[in-house]
Design a protein around this ligand. Structure first.
Ligand code: ATP
Length: 237
C-alpha cells in the first residue's frame, strides 16, 4: 500500500548565530500513522529539528511541510496539524487539569469541546485528576498532562521530545503504552530519545542523528537485525 507522507523535510540545515551548525542537510519523509524514533546523543540536533518544524526556529536553508503545508509560508495551517510535547515540563501550576486542556485547545482557535476533552482525559488515565491543580500531580501525571494538552486541538502529528528523559523504569513503560495507544488511534508520532531500548520498544522506524546529520533512517526490525549481526554499530554516547 502506498501511504501519503504527512511530514516531508528537504535539505534542512540550521546554523545558529553563534556559527554552530546544528543541522546538516537533513532529508526525511514520514508516513501517516507511523512511529519514528529519532535516536541521538545530547546536542545531536533533535530539538532543533522539532523546533523548526513547529515554527519556533528558522532554518538556515531547506524546507519542511506538514500535511502539504509549508511550515514557514503556511505556518498556521501546518502548526494546527502538529501536537508538541516539549522536553521541559511547562504547565501552569495552579490551573486544573481540565482547564489546562480547554485552554490549550483555545490557543488554536478551536471551539470548546468538553466531550473531546473528556475523551482525552480518560485515554491518558487523568479522568480522576481532572479537577486537581497541576502542582498537586506527580511527575508522571504531569507528563501525561503535557501529552493530553498537545492532543486537544486534534493534531495529526505528535512530537514527543525525550518523553522519558530522567524518568524511572515503571513510568517509562507507562509512557510507551501511551504512545502505542495513540498510534492505534492513527496519530503519527515522532519521538526523540537517547535510549535504543526505547526506540526498539515502540518505533516502526528508527532514525539516527548525530552532530546534526541524519546518519540513517531504517525499518526498526531490519536495523535491530543488522546490529545483532554487527553489520552496523551505533555509538550513542
Ligand atoms: P538533547 O538530547 O541534549 O536535547 P538535541 O539533540 O535536542 O540535544 P539540540 O537541542 O537541537 O540537540 O542542540 C543541538 C546543538 O545546537 C547543541 O550543541 C546546542 O548547544 C546548539 N544550540 C541549540 N540552541 C542554540 C542556540 N539558540 N544558539 C546556539 N546554539 C544552540
Amino acid at each position: 500500500t502506498i501511504m501519503a507522507a504527512i511530514l516531508s523535510i528537504q535539505n534542512l540545515s540550521k546554523q545558529y548565530d553563534s556559527g554552530f551548525q546544528a543541522l546538516k542537510n537533513v532529508n526525511l519523509e514520514i508516513e501517516e500513522g507511523e512511529i519514528l524514533a529519532l535516536l541521538g546523543p545530547n546536542g545531536a540536533g533533535k530539538t532543533t529539528l522539532i523546533s523548526i518544524i513547529c515554527g519556533l526556529v528558522n532554518a538556515t536553508s531547506g524546507t519542511a511541510t506538514v500535511g502539504g503545508f509549508d511550515v514557514v509560508d503556511e505556518f498556521r495551517k501546518a502548526r494546527s496539524l502538529i501536537g508538541l510535547v516539549p522536553q521541559e515540563i511547562s504547565l501552569e501550576p495552579f490551573q486544573t487539569v481540565t482547564n489546562a486542556l480547554h485552554f490549550s485547545r483555545g490557543l488554536f482557535g478551536k471551539g470548546r469541546d468538553p466531550a473531546l476533552i473528556e475523551d482525552i482525559l480518560k485515554k491518558l488515565s487523568l479522568w480522576d485528576k481532572r479537577d486537581s491543580k497541576v502542582v498537586e500531580l506527580s511527575g508522571g501525571m504531569k507528563r501525561r498532562v503535557l501529552i493530553a494538552k498537545a492532543l486537544c486541538h486534534e493534531p495529526r502529528v505528535l512530537f514527543l521530545d525525550e518523553p522519558t528523559a530522567g524518568v524511572d523504569v515503571e513510568l517509562r513503560k507507562e509512557m510507551w503504552e501511551v504512545v502505542r495507544q495513540l498510534k492505534a488511534d492513527g496519530v503519527t508520532i515522532i519521538l526523540t530519545t537517547h535510549y535504543i531500548e526505547e526506540a526498539e520498544a515502540i518505533a516502526d522506524r528508527i532514525g539516527v542523528i548525530r552532530s546534526g546529520e541524519l546518519l540513517l533512517v531504517e525499518d526498526k526490525d531490519l536495523l535491530m537485525r543488522r546490529m545483532g549481526q554487527r553489520q552496523i554499530r551505533i555509538e550513542l554516547m
